[in-house]
Design a protein around this ligand. Structure first.
Ligand code: GUN
Length: 282
């Protein structure tokens, strides 16, 4: 029998821990504060930003929303980031991605104060992670590692296969797994014999954004499967990057979609914000 990894429950536990930590800071007159920057009107991003605000309130974290029109220029966005960098009230800054195509997101991310980089996406944060002494860890990978911990996955010496090499998920999770002494293979669109790579894996992390691309019979018996994908089919149904039902027959533990990794991302963002507040204001 497979264990279905309940990300919703795990996220609620983490948000509870964050709420306690945030309250303790508030008692010292330190109010953990997250600035969220949303440019344009991508509907998925708007939903995401709204659920961030709700979760933050429940975790005793203050949120300052900055909604900018899709016509915002690079200079205007950079000016806002500079203002937030300089604002002593703001502990963490999240610039919601993707930005509209005319904006240079790399330049925006580079301009964030690393002390406020609660998304863990600046070259400084990712560099520390690569050195094995992380400061802020990107939220989705951080959530995946917590789920692996909760399910008792033995990472030392395990073969871990990561599908996808994005800066948001694939690369940082590969680094985190390697830092935890797993033997990590990062797979991508040019990988030869992807099924063969996955079949050897004790831990599979799928983050490619292709509905049900990982077939159930690729999964080794007893593997732990973390599915980061959230794909909406034409029917309206949400599915992951892994063919769930068939994979669940083989996996020791697996995250469902929805209700697996998704809820952890926001909880980890709030955790990073409280860490930023503690570090900056002590
Ligand atoms: N868009 C989707 N996920 C994320 C995330 O973790 N951080 C940011 N900034 N944008 C996102």
């Amino acid at each position: 029998m497979t264990t279905v990894i309940d990300g919703k429950a795990a996220a609620a536990v983490l948000r509870g821990e964050v709420a306690v930590a945030a309250l303790a800071l508030r008692e010292q007159s330190i109010v953990p504060t997250l600035a969220v920057v949303l440019v344009g009107d991508d509907p998925a991003s708007a939903v995401y930003v709204k659920s961030k605000a709700k979760a933050a309130r429940e975790s005793n974290v203050d949120v300052r929303d900055h909604k900018l029109p899709a016509t915002t220029t690079q200079a205007e966005l950079m000016a806002l980031v500079a203002q937030l960098n300089a604002d002593p009230v703001v502990d963490g800054i999240l610039v919601q991605l993707p930005l509209p195509a005319h904006l240079d997101s790399d330049a925006v991310i580079r301009s964030l104060d690393p002390a406020k980089d609660v998304d863990g996406l600046t070259p400084i944060s990712l560099g520390y992670l690569a050195q094995g002494r992380p400061t802020f860890v990107p939220c989705t990978p951080k959530g995946c590692m917590r789920l692996l911990r909760d399910v008792g996955a033995d990472l030392a010496g395990a073969r871990a296969v990561v599908l996808g090499r994005s800066v948001l998920v694939g690369k940082p999770i590969a680094l985190l797994l390697a830092n935890a002494n797993a033997t990590v293979t990062m797979c991508h669109s040019k990988t030869k014999d992807l099924p063969g790579e996955v079949r050897r894996a004790d831990i599979v992390v799928a983050a490619v954004g292709r509905p049900e691309m990982v077939q159930g019979d690729w999964i080794k018996d007893g593997a732990v499967v973390i599915d980061v994908g959230i794909n909406r089919l034409a029917t309206g149904k949400l599915v992951g990057d892994v063919a769930y039902a068939a994979a669940a027959e083989r996996a020791r533990a697996i995250t469902p979609v929805p209700g697996g990794v998704g809820p952890m991302t926001i909880a980890c963002l709030l955790e990073n914000t409280v860490e930023a507040a503690r570090a900056r204001k002590r």
